[in-house]
Design a protein around this ligand. Structure first.
Ligand SMILES: C[S@@+](CC[C@H](N)C(=O)[O-])C[C@H]1O[C@@H](n2cnc3c(N)ncnc32)[C@H](O)[C@@H]1O
Length: 247
């Protein structure tokens, strides 16, 4: 069940010969940077509005951060502290250097705090530290069991009301394996089944638009630990309160 069309934006396995640049971490597709960040910012803003997180000290974790592209251009504007996790040391060092010199955006109130040089498989977050855990273009390096155990461990790292944002390439059906970089691209249905196994609830999902046609489709998922309140529930509650016949 694989698709033949759709080029994987290369998911890097940490080869030391990959240049520590936007083009390098995006597998030669550095030109999608602006469009990607635009889509991410709109999605994040809608979530921050919905979840009423605006007035608190906000902390994010940027998973598989590469050279800190997302932290530098997006997360640092919205979060007071950002931790970066990246297993490839020369990418993480590049991130550390860039973020240290980003004096325009990195202020006392907004800065990169911790740099973790480990893969997701070996990471357990501090309990209740994060409002948002951002996971973009790196989860394809985790097999299903590692995927599930990562999200189960990482749930404890979220504050009440916090959420995961997963932004990923999407296969049309089933999955696509890339033998060269040893990554898996999953379908939307496949992801949703994994979210269930992790005990996560899908709060919002949006397609990334405007990327080149030869690339896989990309979706953004917002996932919560608590079950989102549904309108249906409210309606059925109202029914319970309607006058009824006393038996
Ligand atoms: C395509 S790049 C994306 C980087 C960044 N998320 C971005 O969008 O700019 C994939 C990143 O995932 C990292 N990565 C690979 N295996 C990983 C793992 N097991 N855990 C965490 N990150 C991993 C790579 O080193 C690389 O920096």
């Amino acid at each position: 069940m694989t698709q033949t069309s759709g080029t994987a934006m290369v998911l890097l396995t940490g080869k030391s010969n990959v240049e520590a640049s936007v083009d390098g971490v995006l597998g030669g597709y550095g030109h999608v940077n602006d469009q990607d960040l635009k889509g991410s910012e709109a999605f994040l803003n809608s979530l921050l509005r919905d979840r009423l997180l605006r007035n608190r000290h906000l902390v994010a974790l940027d998973c598989g951060s590469g050279i800190g592209r997302i932290t530098k251009n997006l997360l640092i504007k919205h979060f007071n502290e950002i931790d970066l996790l990246e297993p490839v040391s020369h990418f993480l060092e590049a991130a550390r250097e860039t973020l240290a010199t980003e004096i325009d955006v990195a202020t006392d109130q907004h800065s990169a705090a911790n740099f973790f040089c480990v893969p997701l498989q070996e990471f357990t977050p501090e309990i209740g530290r994060y409002d948002v855990i951002w996971v973009q273009w790196c989860i394809g390096h985790l097999a299903d069991d590692d995927f599930v155990s990562f999200f189960k461990r990482a749930k404890t790292g979220l504050k009440p009301g916090g959420f995961f944002i997963l932004k990923e390439n999407i296969a049309k059906t089933g999955f696509v394996l890339d033998k060269e970089d040893r990554s898996i691209t999953r379908s939307d249905l496949y992801f949703r089944q994994l979210f269930n196994q992790c005990g996560l609830h899908l709060y919002k999902v949006k397609d990334q638009t405007g990327l080149p046609d030869e690339l896989f489709a990309v979706k953004m998922y917002a996932l919560t630990v608590d079950k989102p309140r549904s309108t249906k529930k409210t309606v059925s509650k109202q029914h319970i309160n309607l006058p009824g016949i006393i038996k």
